[in-house]
Ligand binder design. Structure first.
Ligand code: KG4
Ligand code: ZN
Length: 343
């Protein structure tokens, strides 16, 4: 592998949900390989991720995915300086596969092991294509399992300003998609049909939380959509799928943008980033870009391939933890409800 003196090469592994992924990343921002084996097609049959199937598939795929990542990067084991792995949050059985694999490699190859928080990975995805981005900045993490507004004070230093009280943003996309007959995963499907819909056809609620100015709640919005669908059915009014999708998408993005902009003002942030699966949504990106431009705030977002689950983002996060001296022992375990900033 092409590597200069002092370069730090990390093999990263991600298996927290339904993607088996491995990547080789140099100095946190230079992605030499990024291999992702998605199980989406398998889970589509059941309308969502089935944890037992996810773990089994991770076991079947992980060695092949790592071999491909090493080959694509033209890396030998001697080129590596550390091995990183997502150890939480996520599905325990899925996480365990990656953690066991990383520990085995760490032991066999005598490489330092670094356990990484999945959300820290999502946030760090922004470093890959924005070489100049450095903390402090504000980051909105919106995925299938998380909706967090995070102040990134420094590398590895996070302050959670707001979070969802119920459903995650991606979860709301998935549930509404199912209700209007679009199937799993709902986010990309809602985005696609929304192009033909009117975002102002229905005024769905934009929930606000009185005692948490940066917190989110999406279950009420989801219920409002379900109630609307029920009342249409009872009155025999045909449902215009594209209008419902576009109006729902507009309501979600309005809330996300509103909270993020309030936090930018309150905390005087000059840089703002988005991350996670929902961050690949075009309406959200354009809305955020326009709102940031109005404030003179620089807006960052990863390419879609680095928004959804991948291992390159884990390698990016791991580089800064490595430099800070963070090492995990061979007793590293999967922690399904790991909190950001905890070790
Ligand atoms: O980050 P991710 O791959 O996995 C988690 O850590 O949860 O996010 C997956 C979520 C799913 O809920 C999916 O529906 C949503 O991200 N998603 C989107 C889009 N692409 C993926 N939501 C809205 N618009 C999209 N284009
Ligand atoms: Zn994720």
């Amino acid at each position: 592998m092409n590597k200069k003196d002092g370069d730090i090469a990390i093999l990263a592994i991600e298996s927290s949900c339904d993607e088996t992924a491995a990547a080789v990343v140099v100095n946190g921002r230079d992605v030499r390989s990024n291999v992702i084996s998605s199980q989406i097609a398998l889970h589509t049959l059941y309308g969502g991720v089935v944890p037992e199937i996810a773990s089994r598939k991770h076991i079947e795929k992980i060695n092949q995915v790592i071999t491909e990542a090493m080959e694509e990067a033209e890396a030998s084991w001697e080129d590596l300086d550390a091995i990183a792995v997502t150890y939480g949050p996520g599905l325990v059985g899925a996480l365990l596969v990656g953690v066991a694999e990383a520990k085995a490699i760490s032991y066999a190859r005598n490489l330092p092991l670094i356990g990484i928080h999945h959300i820290e990975g999502h946030i760090s995805a922004n470093y890959i294509e924005n070489k100049e981005l450095e903390p402090p900045f504000l980051c909105l993490v919106v995925s299938g399992g998380h909706t967090h507004l995070v102040k990134v004070a420094d590398y590895g230093k996070y302050e959670i300003l707001g979070r969802t009280r119920d459903d995650a943003a991606g979860e709301a996309f998935d549930k509404v998609a199912r209700a209007i007959g679009l199937g799993y995963p709902g986010g990309p499907k809602i985005e696609k049909v929304s192009h033909e819909g009117n975002p102002h056809a229905m005024e769905f609620p934009r929930p606000k939380i009185a005692d948490g100015p940066y917190d989110f709640s999406f279950s009420g919005l989801k219920s409002a959509v379900l109630n609307y669908l029920n009342s249409c059915q009872m009155k025999n009014i045909p449902i215009v799928q594209a209008d419902v999708a576009a109006s729902f998408q507009k309501a979600v993005t309005d809330v996300l943008i509103g909270n993020a902009m309030r936090a930018i003002d309150e905390y005087g942030m000059k840089k703002f980033a988005i991350a996670g699966g929902v961050a690949s949504n075009g309406t959200l990106r354009e809305g955020m870009r326009a709102a940031c431009e109005e404030k003179g705030v620089t807006f960052y977002h990863p390419s879609p391939i680095f928004c959804t689950d991948n291992a390159a983002m884990i390698g990016a996060a791991a580089y800064y933890e490595y430099k800070a001296g963070v090492r995990s022992g061979l007793d590293l375990n999967a922690v399904p409800n790991l909190k950001l900033g905890e070790r």
